[in-house]
Structure formats: structure tokens, C-alpha cells
Write a protein that binds this ligand. Structure first.
Ligand code: 5GP
Ligand code: MN
Length: 342
């Protein structure tokens, strides 16, 4: 091992590997509305275990159970079961990229009833809701913790496993652009690339393709973007929204609009960027990003959400105007923690 395991205690590593080796069926769950790190970490470990002859089921607790279109290229989808087919009281359950039990959605009660619950995560805000915790806030992605676990189990990361782990790594480092891009992140990328994965295909699936309708909806969202130079303690706020009516007009599914925030957050005049996205049921999911001077995880936590200091989110059942009115005054806290020094 060349990577630093110090954030996770030896006892936790030992208990996790003992439990996994002894388990009959291992039940895996990642957070709702999974992103590349959530699904990649879960399917990466799931595939490594399945290839070693272990029984595995994997799921996530969304009311409408569909894998986001841009993650359908990930190997291991045959391990997925609907939440209704998930073990009610698993002997061993493992969670991925979820900072709280609530983030498991419909599968939270299953976690509550699991005999042993191994929590694998990298959020500094993780509430340690399991019986064993592999939580490393200095890890760039949850897949980075999973890579160490696979190694400690004596299992091999083949090309399919590596594709899953790499998807999480590039998602959470923003293609090695965010401040969490450590030497360890690049070293892991090197190990994964050595298995023969195709980084250009993974990047294209994740970010560089969309239906034409996306351009139309993006145009609408950008056309109404608002810059508030005095907001965020005078550091500037830029924000916009994508309604379900915008999407319906072009026939664009909800899971296609995740990338809007990555355009909006580039604005020089704003420290904080916000995109509100309305789902098909009329609820709003809010993506919030900062450049480092404002702790958006704390702001989002105050509104029932969470995330990382520079990338966080929450859900809202009220109007765009009311949601922004609630968020705006919270965008003043400087970070108390840092991505790389928790
Ligand atoms: P995104 O804006 O890409 O959906 O989310 C950015 C970050 O915030 C991710 O780490 C994600 O897990 C976290 N996040 C987004 N929405 C929520 C939420 O409702 N609750 C919590 N706890 N975290 C969230
Ligand atoms: Mn993550």
C-alpha cells in the first residue's frame, strides 16, 4: 500500500474486512439520486465481491428507481435491485457516499434494521450512523476509500471495477480540477488507467454528450441567470433555475440537467453559484457551489441538506423566490474545514 489510511482506524478496517468475508449476502446501498461517486463506489465494490464469488445486492432508495442516463455505461448494473426487492433486515449492509442515514431515502429503514452497517464515505459531515465506519474526509472520492477496501480484502480491481472507481474519482474531483485533487488522487488514477480503462469514453459518457434538447433548456436557464454582486457577503452570487415546464417544452428528462451548475459556476463576479432544478413531481433540488470563501455545506445543512464545503445541495418544496430568500442570508460563513485538511 502506498496510500495513507490514517483517517480510518485499523480496527475499523479489520472489522469491515472480517464482516465482508464472513457474510452470506452483502446488501449495498448508495445515496438517493446517485452521482458518479455514489453509484461508482457501490458498483465497484459490488463487482469486486461478485467476481470473488460473494452474493451481492445493490440499490438506492429513490421513489422512482431509474439509473440516471449518464451513469448507464457503468458496469455491474445487473447487481441492482429495486428497493422493494431489497432485504428488509440485512445481516450486513454497506452504504456509499451517504453522509447521513436519511440520504438513503427508502432504504434508510433497512439500514436501521441491519445487524451490521458499514458506512463508507468521505464527507466531513458524516454522522457515523453505522456499526463500522470507513470515513475519510481527506479522500477525494468515496471510490478512493473503496479502492483501499478492495486492496485490503485481497481482491483485484479488473477493468470493469476500475471503470466504476475512476468514474467516482473524476466526478468528485471535477476531472482533477477541484482543490481535493491530491497526489493520492492522481496516483489512484494511474493505477486504474493501468488496468486498460478508457478515460476518454468515461469522460464522454459523464460530461460530453446530451440530447439536442439539453442545449435548448440550457439556453433558457442561462438566459434568465441573475448576478447579485452584493450577495454572499459582497463576494457575489449567480443563480438560475430549470423548471419542469422548461424541460417539458423540449422533452428533456430531469437527469439531463445536472451539468447546468458547471456552466453557471464559472462566473468571475460570483463566489457562489446556485441552480434550482424542478423534478417531475414539482419538488426542487438545489445545487450550490462556492470557490472556497463560503462554506456552502453549512448553508445547505441549515436548510436540511448537506455536502462538501465547496459543493453542496438541498431539497425545497417552496417557490424559487422563497427558496432563494431562505438561502441568500446563509451564504456568508467562511469555511471552518478544508477539503484536504479536515
Ligand atoms: P449536487 O449539487 O451535485 O447534487 O450535490 C453536490 C454535493 O452535495 C454532493 O456531495 C451531494 O451528495 C450533496 N448533496 C446534494 N443534495 C443533498 C441533500 O439534499 N442532502 C445532503 N446531505 N447532501 C446533498
Ligand atoms: Mn462523493
Amino acid at each position: 500500500m502506498t496510500v495513507n489510511d490514517s483517517a480510518v482506524g485499523e480496527e475499523d478496517w479489520r472489522r469491515a474486512t472480517d464482516l465482508i468475508r464472513a457474510a452470506g449476502t452483502t446488501a449495498l446501498a448508495c445515496h438517493v439520486s446517485p452521482d458518479g461517486d455514489a453509484l461508482g463506489s457501490m458498483l465497484g465494490l459490488g463487482l469486486a465481491l461478485a467476481r470473488a464469488g460473494k452474493k451481492v445486492v445493490a440499490s438506492f432508495g429513490d421513489r422512482v428507481f431509474t439509473v440516471p442516463r449518464l451513469l448507464r455505461f457503468l458496469p455491474g448494473q445487473d447487481l441492482l435491485v429495486e428497493p422493494s426487492a431489497y432485504p428488509a433486515e440485512p445481516d450486513l449492509m454497506i452504504t456509499f457516499d451517504a453522509s447521513t442515514m436519511e440520504r438513503l431515502g427508502l432504504l434508510a429503514p433497512h439500514a436501521g434494521k441491519a445487524r451490521e452497517l458499514v458506512v463508507i464515505d468521505h464527507h466531513v459531515s458524516n454522522t457515523r450512523f453505522g456499526t463500522v465506519h470507513l470515513v475519510d474526509p481527506s479522500a477525494a472520492s468515496t471510490t478512493m476509500v473503496v479502492e483501499r477496501l478492495i486492496d485490503r480484502l485481497g481482491l483485484r480491481a479488473d477493468r470493469d471495477v476500475a471503470t466504476c472507481l475512476y468514474a467516482g474519482l473524476v466526478t468528485d474531483t471535477g476531472s482533477f480540477r477541484h482543490s481535493i485533487t491530491t497526489p493520492a488522487a492522481h496516483a489512484m488514477a494511474g493505477r486504474l488507467l493501468a488496468t486498460g480503462i478508457h478515460p476518454e469514453e468515461i469522460a464522454r459518457e459523464l460530461w460530453d454528450r446530451s440530447p439536442f434538447a439539453y442545449l435548448r433548456v440550457l439556453g433558457t436557464a442561462l438566459g434568465r441567470a441573475t448576478l447579485e454582486p452584493d450577495a454572499a457577503g459582497g463576494l457575489g452570487l449567480v443563480w438560475t433555475f430549470v423548471s419542469r415546464a422548461d424541460r417539458a417544452a423540449e422533452g428533456l428528462p430531469y437527469d439531463e440537467v445536472e451539468g447546468v451548475i458547471d456552466v453557471v459556476r464559472r462566473v468571475d463576479e460570483a463566489e457562489v453559484a446556485v441552480v434550482l432544478k424542478e423534478d417531475d413531481e414539482g419538488g426542487w433540488n438545489v445545487s450550490v457551489r462556492s470557490k472556497g470563501a463560503v462554506d456552502v455545506a453549512r448553508a445547505c445543512a441549515a436548510l436540511g441538506g448537506g455536502g462538501h464545503p465547496r459543493a453542496a445541495g438541498f431539497s425545497s418544496a417552496t417557490s424559487v423566490a422563497d427558496t432563494m430568500a431562505a438561502l441568500r442570508p446563509l451564504l456568508t460563513d467562511p469555511p471552518t474545514s478544508h477539503w484536504t485538511s479536515p
